[in-house]
Design a protein around this ligand. Structure first.
Ligand code: WT7
Length: 658
């Protein structure tokens, strides 16, 4: 750690420290008084029509204005509608409208490849032309408004181009994270009923080539409806191409026209589907629509990151996750920002790769994840201290609770006390940031996401639905909608209602635990359902369990999360084997590889604990509470074990602790 100031971070269990926005930052901030924030927030809640009407006018170009701003019901027939009757196009807002201003030749996208010397920059005009070309390519393949196009790609510019092209012609994009396995890709392709897949021959990760197209071929073997597969040559290397189905991106683009009229979309026409894990094993296709999502992405981007035209903004997320959708592509580009897109990882070729990128492009706003910070802390301060980070003026965090130690490190070692930190809480379902400090006016407390964004009214409730008291933990719910909220689960309307609006009728149930302190600050306490957060990636324990249970040697699997130094949560799998199976070390490896193949490397169990039986109730329900305690090492506090059918199981489990 640097200096004396951060010497005490390890002991900050109950975080009392308050850090005010640095004076130099506050002076020039968009919103620099708590009073102004409160007035705007109050208006956004009391008069949402006026507030979101103004935001819509200010941040988005419309082909036709709305008849009503906010309409919804969170009871019975749940629905949400913003900007009824209004028309717009998301790609038009990210591209065309900047061409009329000086931004025409401003860098829209700076792409930094994993190889140090590989980079490409697209001005707004250049990006517009590429997007129009690819939109024409899609049209040429017969893609129409409302069709689903799946995208399975590494972090290369063609990924951003592909999704903006879909938006341009009204096709619904469904990006599948490039780290997912063939099986996971297949399931998502089938669920979204996509006919077209855009991919790359290879991906690049920490100096190694990832055979993306091989995964695609495996997936497509189970997806007869995918008639066209477009392959970007990320590296000059051949890959298998299936005659009549697969075509190279460059071949199609070479003859495409760089002009393509943007399709006129209704505010509530779908923009994209993005799969995320819920408490069951089946991933949910979270559906976002056009008008409200765009207004929300642009508004949050501007205020949360205190965005200025001269900023160089870098969000390190992958576009395969919602963070990349909203805060690499749609939010920043709608705002006319320069958005940096990075293909690499924090530790390759050296642990200062992020800081090398910051120094090279003079990044002013950095938005990253606690897991990345923790892994870099481990490598030592000399890496960031050896780089010029003076361009950084604002730092953001997302994906999981940021522990005070990582927060302080971010503040001192990276921000050098000059850059406020915004710890932003949100979800795939919320479309954009819901709880966050505004950097010029809200004092921060390390580990707290602080206060709600405009239009967001959070509440912490007890199990019985009543409001929790000060510092009393409970469930985080949101009492009214905001424009970016999801509109449904693709192909499964009942699941939308049942997941988010049934447990506590009338409010949106986030699935997170939280408490509100004496200043009204919100502290997130992790999921309250069977969702775990591994390195900021959301996984359901049921998903990993069903992958394990599908292995021929496994009788039963139970998966829980446990605290992990770098990943936030690790994956701890309890396994009982079929009777005749012999327990060997190789089996552990075999099961790990099996999960990687079924879901992807992010789902690899960190611990596999073989046991002869699971702790179950008399009705046969696995007592996960006990499994969680054993996994976290809290074996002295197993709690009530009286409901167990067979208490001897506990001893057996403890005797085999890994
Ligand atoms: C879950 C949503 C939203 C972008 C990335 C994750 C956890 C997210 C924070 C934060 C505490 C956070 C929550 C949430 N989470 N950000 N700043 N502090 N927890 O999106 O994959 O949909 O996961 O991530 O548990 O419910 P996601």
């Amino acid at each position: 750690m640097v200096g004396k100031k951060s010497g005490s971070v390890d002991t900050l269990l109950i975080e009392k420290r308050i850090i005010s926005p640095p004076q130099s930052f506050r002076e020039n901030a968009r919103i620099n008084s708590r009073k102004q924030y409160e007035e705007m927030w109050r208006k956004s809640i009391e008069n949402p029509d006026e507030f979101w009407g103004e935001m819509a006018e200010e941040h988005i170009d419309w082909f036709k204005k709305w008849e009503a701003v906010e309409e919804y019901s969170f009871q019975d027939d749940v629905f949400v509608r913003y900007y009824r009757g209004a028309k717009l196009n998301a790609s038009y807002n990210c591209l065309d409208r900047h061409l009329r201003s000086w931004r025409r030749n401003k860098a829209a996208l700076i792409w930094q490849g994993e190889p140090l010397e590989e980079s490409r920059t697209f001005t707004y005009l250049q990006l517009y032309r590429e997007v129009c070309k690819f939109a024409n390519v899609l049209k040429g393949l017969g893609v129409k408004k409302g069709d689903r196009v799946s995208v399975y790609m590494p972090m290369i510019p063609e990924l951003a181009i592909a999704i903006l092209s879909c938006a341009r012609i009204g096709a619904i994009h469904s990006v599948v994270f490039g780290g997912f396995s063939a099986e996971a890709l297949r399931d998502r392709l089938l669920d979204s009923k996509a006919n077209v897949l855009v991919t790359a021959n290879y991906g690049m990760r920490a100096g190694k080539l990832i055979p993306s197209k091989t995964n695609v071929d495996l997936a497509l073997a189970g997806c007869p409806d995918v008639k066209n597969c477009i392959v970007v040559k990320r590296v000059e290397k051949d890959c298998n191409m299936v005659e009549g189905r697969d075509q190279y991106w460059d071949d199609l683009m070479s003859s495409a026209s760089p002009f393509c009229e943007a399709e006129v979309m209704d505010a509530e026409d779908p923009l994209f589907i993005l799969y995320t894990s819920g408490s069951t094993g089946k991933p949910k296709g979270v559906l976002h629509t056009t008008g409200g999502y765009m207004v929300y992405a642009a508004t949050t981007f501007k205020y949360v990151f205190d965005y200025r035209d001269e900023d160089v903004y870098w969000c390190t997320a992958d576009i395969g996750w919602v963070t990349g959708h909203s805060y690499i592509v749609y939010g920043p580009l709608a705002a006319g920002a320069t958005s940096l897109m990075f293909e690499g990882v924090p530790h390759y070729p050296e642990p200062d790769r992020y800081w090398e990128v910051v120094e090279k492009y003079r990044v002013s706003i950095l938005y990253t994840a606690p897991t990345a910070l923790r892994s870099m802390i481990k490598s030592g301060d000399h890496w960031p201290l050896g780089r010029d980070l003076s361009s950084l003026r604002l730092l953001g965090s997302v994906g999981e609770p940021i522990n005070p130690e990582a927060w302080m490190w971010y503040h001192y070692v990276i921000g050098r006390e000059k850059a406020p930190i915004v710890d932003t809480w949100w979800q795939t379902e919320t479309g954009g940031i819901l709880i966050t400090p505004l950097p010029g006016c809200i004092s921060t407390k390390p580990g707290s996401a602080t206060l709600p964004f405009f239009g967001v009214n959070p509440k912490v409730i007890r199990q019985d639905g009543s409001e929790a008291g000060v510092n009393e933990g409970g469930y985080l719910v949101i009492t009214k909608p905001w424009p970016g909220i999801m509109r449904g689960v693709y192909g499964d309307p009942e699941r939308f209602k049942n997941t988010y609006f049934v447990q506590y009728p009338g409010v949106y149930f986030t699935g997170d635990g939280a408490r509100r302190d004496e200043d009204g600050y919100i502290w997130l306490m992790g999921r309250v359902d069977d969702v775990i957060n591994v390195s900021g990636h959301r996984l359901s324990t049921a998903e990993v369990e069903s992958a394990l249970a599908a292995h021929p040697k496994v009788a039963e699997a139970a998966v829980v999360g446990y605290p992990h130094d770098i990943k936030g949560e690790g994956i701890y799998a309890y396994i009982t084997l079929k009777d005749s199976v012999e327990l060997t070390e190789e089996l552990r490896y075999e099961l790990t590889m099996h999960v990687r193949q079924e879901i992807g490397p992010i789902a690899s169990p960190d611990v596999i604990h073989f046991t002869s039986a699971m702790p179950k109730t008399r009705s046969g329900k696995i007592l996960r509470r006990i499994l969680r305690k054993i996994a976290s090492g809290d074996i002295d506090q197993l709690g009530d074990t009286t409901t167990l059918a067979d208490r001897a199981v506990i001893n057996d489990l403890l005797n085999t602790v890994n």
